[in-house]
Design a protein around this ligand. Structure first.
Ligand SMILES: [Zn+2]
Length: 102
């Protein structure tokens, strides 16, 4: 079956936790996008390449559940989960985003 669009249902969200030495530290955690929306997470990135993602919310009854795709085309072309990468036939190697969300 041909996959024509990217549709990620999981991403990394930025969370905060207590650091062992005191204070807080930020870290990225893999999460279902549906759960991230419920928890009102604000910062997302691709769990495979660290690139920025664009969110698509469900607007109609029969629309697919909330999902994300790469914001940058170049990420999709070289992320190992990217649709453009998966469709590429030139034997390219996956790599991390050149503009990762930190
Ligand atoms: Zn990616």
């Amino acid at each position: 079956m041909a996959v024509e669009r990217e549709r990620f249902y999981e991403c990394e969200v930025k969370r905060r936790r207590v650091r062992a030495g005191g204070g807080y530290e930020r870290f990225w955690k893999v999460k279902l996008i549906a759960d991230a929306l419920i928890d009102e997470d604000k910062e997302f990135r691709c769990k495979d390449c660290g690139g920025a993602l664009k969110l698509f919310r469900r607007k109609m009854e029969n629309a697919p559940p909330p999902h994300m795709e790469h914001k940058l085309k170049i990420d999709s072309e070289y992320c190992r989960a990217g649709i453009a990468f998966l469709k590429a036939t030139d034997g390219r190697q996956p790599r991390m985003s050149a503009n990762p969300v930190r």
